[in-house]
Design a protein around this ligand. Structure first.
Ligand code: PLP
Length: 501
């Protein structure tokens, strides 16, 4: 079956390797094994294993072609709001491949990995300094895992005070990332939602009214998921603490304020930092993330193991939680060491002043996009934004074009769509995060494409939008079905099975 672009523009349509393979073909030519007495006691395989028979070039071409169907940050702007898809500097990649870092093993004797421990310790120092917090747990493997770490530390603190049984609810604003309520539920809490006000900020009066002896914590994102700064942090922190609760900040958007504001000064008790967002380590299809959690002095005693300590014989690791307040272990070994190396490389290559400029340039780029698009599309809220520009679908009303159609049409213009329909507090949201690593020229091309599409939608080109993307290898996929009923295993159809047998 061919796609619309089938075999055109170097875009090949081909089956799976299993469908391409032919019985009896092989990429290697091995000598016949000497006959030995079977020692498997009758357990040896009776039927062929069913691997596809292919030559080496067939396999390599298949995977290279597949890789060319991928969109990546190395191919162009990746404007997904909330995801912070910034350039991954090659210097980071060079350093993480140094044999002294790449080839060590977590079970090596401590005396042989002093440099690696020093690196972890130095990263911890940078994260504590940048956030103004007392402690940091480096082992969480992603932002959502960091949230879990933070809430488990909060729970341990309430337990230590004998209040765990009564404090059963976590307050989460309705604009929050989906991971926040999911984390609270995973940590054993009920979730209560706090509304947003007309300016896209959390309704502080509603939050204060909801506080009480049953509240364990408040989870707030700053800058929030509308790309706006929450200005009432101190007031919220004071109210939360007065009510005996803890203040969790979702720090996934730290890239907008790094070097400018220290969350510790705002009264935050716990915050995760996505190294893969703020500090440029690869994520999505590009690699794992890392979600260190900074903790206030009140929560530091409950931090998970392992952590680095200085002893008489150099650096050591505290690996066991028994007899301490520690919440225990969240991850095998020490966390995503490769991401820690990359993040520290990024910090050291920018320096403190460079990190401040990262935040300033990220905010500048987002405001440039907002300013250049605000007469063509409809900004969700008035005024400046932080690191991402949020639009709603009012500019599409009456055109027959939905946010989804608009995003799909961007693909035909050669651009990856922005985040759609998130945050939920905005109708048909389109959330654009350019990051600081896009050039002025790149942003101008992006803006021109979006202005052109907005113009076409208003002039009544709905059919083109409904049919988009026309130039991608596939049209519109049933994403819900793909997520709910993933087909993870290839099974031969009857005819090819018979042929193989
Ligand atoms: C990305 C993000 C998260 C989750 O981080 P992961 O590393 O994807 O688990 C949480 N909150 C916000 C606001 C985010 O943008």
């Amino acid at each position: 079956m061919k796609t619309l672009t089938g075999h055109r523009g170097l875009d090949h349509e081909e089956g799976l390797l299993f469908e391409q393979g032919q019985a009896g073909r092989s990429g290697v030519d091995l000598p016949t094994p000497p006959s030995v007495k079977p020692r498997l006691g009758g357990l040896e395989r009776k039927a062929p294993i069913g691997l596809p028979g292919l030559s080496e070039p067939q396999v390599i071409r298949h995977f290279v072609r597949l890789s060319r169907k991928n969109y990546a940050i190395d191919a162009g702007i990746y404007p997904l709001g909330s995801c912070t898809m910034k350039h991954n500097p090659r210097l980071n990649e060079k350093l993480v491949r140094l044999p002294g870092l790449a080839d060590i093993h977590p079970l090596q004797p401590i005396s042989t990995v002093q440099g690696a421990l020093e690196l972890i310790d130095r990263l911890a120092h940078w994260l504590k300094t940048l956030t103004g917090m007392a402690a940091v747990a480096l082992s969480p493997a992603a932002g959502a895992h960091g949230e879990l770490c933070g809430l488990l530390a909060i729970r341990a603190a309430h337990k230590a005070k004998g209040e765990d049984a009564t404090r059963r609810v976590v307050l989460v604003p309705e604009s929050a990332h989906g991971t926040n309520p999911a984390t609270a539920a995973q940590a054993g809490y009920a979730v209560a939602s706090i509304p947003a006000d007309a300016r896209g900020r959390v309704d502080v009066a509603a939050l204060e009214a909801a506080l009480g002896p049953g509240i364990a914590a408040v989870m707030l994102t700053n800058p929030n998921t509308c790309g706006l700064f929450e200005p009432e942090m101190k007031r919220i922190a004071d109210a939360v603490h007065k009510a005996g609760a803890f203040f969790y900040c979702d720090g996934a958007n730290f890239n907008a304020i790094v070097g400018k504001v220290r969350p510790g000064d705002l009264g935050v008790d716990a915050m995760h930092i996505n190294l893969h967002k703020t500090f440029s380590t690869p994520h999505g299809g590009g690699g794992p993330g890392a979600g260190p959690v900074v903790l206030s002095a009140a929560l530091a005693p409950f931090a998970p193991v392992p952590y680095v300590t200085a002893g008489r014989e150099g650096l050591g690791l505290v690996e066991h939680a028994e007899g301490s307040g520690s919440l225990g272990r969240l991850k095998a070994f020490h966390g995503q060491m490769g991401m820690m190396v990359r993040a520290l490389a990024y910090m050291l290559s920018h320096g403190g002043d460079g990190l401040r400029q990262v935040a300033e340039d990220a905010v500048l780029n987002a405001n440039y996009v907002l300013a250049r698009l605000k007469d063509a599309m409809t900004p969700a809220f008035p005024g400046f934004c932080m690191h991402e520009a949020l639009f709603d679908d009012r500019f599409l009303r009456g055109s027959g074009v939905s946010t989804l159609d608009f995003a799909k049409a961007m693909i035909d213009q050669g651009f990856h769509p922005m985040t759609m329909y998130f945050p939920l507090v905005v109708d048909g949201a389109l959330l654009i995060e350019p990051t600081e690593t896009e050039s002025r020229e790149g942003l101008d091309e992006f803006v021109a494409a979006l202005r052109g599409l907005a113009e076409r939608a208003k002039q009544g080109g709905a059919e083109v939008f409904k049919a988009a993307p026309a130039l991608a290898p596939r049209r519109r996929l049933d994403e819900t079905r793909a997520a709910r009923q993933p087909v993870l295993r290839w099974k031969p159809d009857a005819a090819s099975k018979a042929a193989a047998d």
